[in-house]
Design a protein around this ligand. Structure first.
Ligand SMILES: *[C@@H]1O[C@H](CO)[C@@H](O)[C@H](O)[C@H]1NC(C)=O
Ligand SMILES: *[C@@H]1O[C@H](CO)[C@@H](O)[C@H](O)[C@H]1NC(C)=O
Length: 210
């Protein structure tokens, strides 16, 4: 064995070990859960955890409605009207694809009648407008999904005030799940950003409809 091969092994083996131990397959954040989440595990085996530690701003609260699925029962909201953007920072693997899902259930947390309208931004690019008004009137939560290619070792997901934002932006859950390379292979990820899907599910207890 030549010296250079030996050195190469010395260097690469520890790196591979470190990678396999710390590779995040994703995070399911139960926003506003405080000390711990009451949300369970999903089919993928990931567990909901509190969002503490992934964001440094915002206030948390619990809805009074009693029959909610656990992840909708608490939320984080952003009353600071002097700031425009409020961002989560999620550790990811640079170059890997992730499914990002945001879930919103207003629940009248601020004593108002109508949910706020605001923007969501992923890795610095505007993803879309969050307007849960119609779903809320119908007793439904709202969610949005997008597939992104991680450009760095952390992914930012932000809520931002826009000209139509009249009260505090909020979020009920944020999920960032690693996708196998073969998934969405046919799609050109040139920079990133794939598609946004908005779907709704019942706010009351029961399975979220995927
Ligand atoms: C939000 O939290 C901040 C800092 O803890 C606090 O000063 C502020 O009063 C809270 N705002 C509301 C609306 O509860
Ligand atoms: C994914 O794309 C690469 C390169 O375009 C191709 O070689 C590979 O066969 C594709 N994999 C699947 C599962 O489609």
């Amino acid at each position: 064995m030549s010296l250079s091969i030996f050195l190469l092994r010395l260097v690469t083996i520890p790196v591979l070990l470190v990678l396999s131990q710390t590779t995040p397959t994703g995070y399911l954040l139960d926003c506003g859960a405080g000390g711990s989440s009451r949300g369970g595990a999903t089919e993928s085996g990931l567990r909901y955890v509190t969002d503490e530690g992934f964001i440094t701003t915002g206030n948390i609260t619990e809805l009074e409605q009693k029959d909610l699925v656990p992840i909708l029962a608490t939320l984080r909201y952003f009353p600071d009207s002097s700031a425009r953007k409020f961002c989560y920072s999620i550790p990811v693997i640079k170059g890997a694809k992730y499914l990002v899902k945001t879930t919103y259930y207003y629940g009248g947390f601020d004593g108002g009648e109508k949910p706020p309208v605001f923007d969501q931004i992923v890795d610095g690019t505007k993803w879309g407008v969050v307007d849960t008004t119609d779903d809320y009137v119908n007793g439904l939560s709202s969610y949005y999904e997008i597939v992104v290619l991680a450009m760095a070792k952390s992914l930012s997901v932000c809520l931002a005030r826009n000209q139509n934002t009249k009260s505090s932006p909020f979020i009920s859950a944020l999920e960032v799940e690693y996708l196998e390379d073969s998934l969405y292979n046919a799609t050109d990820f040139n920079k990133y950003a794939l598609r946004t899907v908005a779907r709704s599910s019942f706010g009351g207890d029961g399975e979220l409809i995927g």
